[in-house]
Ligand binder design. Structure first.
Ligand code: DQA
Length: 146
């Protein structure tokens, strides 16, 4: 089983970006930890980060026929992007939305997600552990269906 982890804008700055909110782990450290977890669960993990909405749409489209599930931290695009929602629905790949911070405990404009209502589940607020929880949830979900 191959899964895809997608990361949106500004997540490449994790480690130095607002550490009080997002912690001190770099995105590379999160990726390495998640790859290890994926290996332990017996799944392959592809990884992608972009600051550009269209590049994320292209990567979602490229996952068609390749990935059985998607983990997505769309960052600010979560709250703005109908294009990402449409791409996820177009490829019809089950996805889990995740965030490092608890978006519901932050500014009102972060309370709405264009992705959440069609996600398998949503995880937020656990820092880098959100990635692990999302991975476990998605793998359990996919295995229970097959
Ligand atoms: C985020 C939350 C978003 O609201 C924000 O725009 C981000 C990061 C998170 O992981 O907590 O860039 O997705």
């Amino acid at each position: 089983m191959q899964l895809l982890a997608l990361n949106g804008p500004n997540l490449n700055l994790l480690g130095s970006r607002e550490p009080g909110l997002y912690g001190t782990s770099s995105l590379e450290a999160i990726r390495d930890d998640l790859s290890e977890r994926a290996m332990a669960l017996g799944v392959e993990l592809a990884w992608f980060q972009s600051n550009h909405e269209g590049a994320l749409v292209d990567r979602i489209q490229a996952a068609r026929g390749q990935s059985s599930g998607i983990l997505i931290n769309a960052a600010a695009y979560t709250h703005t992007s109908i294009a990402l929602r449409d791409a996820l629905l177009a490829v019809a790949i089950p996805y889990v939305e995740l965030h490092l911070s608890n978006t519901h405990a932050r500014e009102p404009f972060r309370h709405h997600s264009f992705l959440a209502d069609r996600a398998v589940g949503v995880i937020c607020g656990f820092g880098p552990t959100s990635y692990r929880l999302a991975l476990e949830g998605l793998v359990d979900h996919l295995r229970s269906r097959s």
